[in-house]
Write a protein that binds this ligand. Structure first.
Ligand code: DNO
Length: 354
């Protein structure tokens, strides 16, 4: 397992690779070309520049999160093959630069969602939180407005304003697409890209749906152990695997994360490890990483990853906002750095007990 940290690039992040380099155990960043739109072919020069920037700070690019997937691919509309060709070109260019891990998601229209981006806690920190009652009391436009007003001007991953401006049109193209159809479309995409992934040994790591249920009536197909197994079977290849995101799968208390990890030996290419605190039905806060602060047993999670021999990148996930820091919600330096020290401590103890 190698420790990594998400970085959004000089233009968008409040944190620098030089700061990240000072967090003990961190060897690399998980990053992306944040100003490309889904469907665009990435320029080799831009990939190289990003790589050189990260390497100048003494780190590596441990993976790309994300190369986002155009809605035409997810919805199988007429331009799907063209966008798959573009995706393959981007993969080739990443592979040529030695990048061997790509995280992506297959959520229609929008990525992760929360009802609050800065919910105050009694300790004075703020957290991202989800309350289905609040989400269900809004329509999508109200939700967009609410996210926009709470993001304090930061661009949120998965909520690109250019795409969100077209949300009505996007909802329209998913009419008639149920979970079964969406799974078929994922299979079609995976089977088309696997040859190039195998050529360059690029591991594709799908991110689970966050939260792990349907929101605004859209189909969601990466919610539990059964979905994960099914999507692996859609395109049998060593390159077709998973981002084990404890917070996303863990939004549903019925998902037994250590058991899911153990059932996916060899198929987990990347891990996001954070805790969640259940507050009721479909209601949770994103707590600090520490087991005692939330509802997930982080020791059992790291132990399961260790036991199956997982040796890919792991990153702390969203953190609380502490010590007055201002940054993209969920992606400040301090709480994520504390998270990584805690995860490293768990790992050291697990290794030494063996
Ligand atoms: C949110 C992230 C997601 C994730 C994508 C992966 O903070 O966990 O935006 O990066 O779903 O494609």
């Amino acid at each position: 397992m190698k420790m990594t940290f998400r970085w959004f690039g000089d233009k968008f992040d409040t944190i620098t690779p030089e700061q990240i380099r000072q967090i003990p155990a961190v060897v690399g960043v998980i990053t992306t070309l944040y100003d490309t739109m889904p469907g665009e072919v990435w320029e080799t020069a831009a990939i190289r520049a990003l790589k050189e920037r990260v390497e100048r700070a003494g780190l590596e690019i441990s993976g790309i999160e994300s190369v986002n997937i155009h809605d035409a691919i997810k919805a199988a509309s007429s331009e799907r093959d063209m966008y798959i060709e573009n995706y393959i070109k981007t993969l080739e260019r990443l592979g040529e630069q030695g990048i061997d891990l790509v995280c992506y998601n297959f959520m229609p229209v929008f990525d992760w969602t929360r009802s609050d981006l800065a919910k105050p806690r009694s300790d004075g920190s703020t957290v991202l939180s989800y309350d289905a009652e609040i989400i269900e009391s809004m329509d999508f436009e109200q939700m967009l407005e609410s996210i926009g007003s709470k993001s304090e001007g930061y661009l949120l991953p998965g909520w690109e304003p250019e795409r969100m401006a077209r949300n009505k049109e996007l909802f329209e193209i998913y009419k008639g697409i149920d979970e079964h159809k969406l799974k078929e479309n994922l299979g079609y995409f995976l089977r088309a890209i696997m040859p190039v992934c195998e050529k360059y040994n690029i591991k594709m790591a799908i991110h689970p749906d966050d939260p792990a249920w349907s929101v605004f009536g859209l189909p969601r197909i990466v919610k539990d152990a059964e979905d994960l197994q099914e999507l692996i079977n859609l395109a049998p290849s060593p390159c077709n695997g998973i981002t084990l995101c404890t917070g996303s799968l863990g939004s549903n208390p019925e998902n037994d994360i250590p058991a899911i990890i153990r059932s996916l030996k060899g198929k987990i290419h990347f891990a996001h490890t954070r805790n969640v605190k259940y507050l009721g039905y479909r209601k949770f806060d994103e707590s600090a990483h520490l087991s005692d602060d939330g509802s997930l047993d982080m020791y059992e999670i790291i132990k399961a990853l260790y036991d199956i021999g997982f040796d890919g990148p792991v990153r702390p996930d969203h953190g609380r906002m502490v010590w007055g820091e201002k940054s993209m919600p969920g992606y400040g330096l301090y709480d994520r750095a504390m998270g990584i020290c805690y995860l490293s401590g768990l790992l050291e103890a697990i290794r030494k007990q063996k």
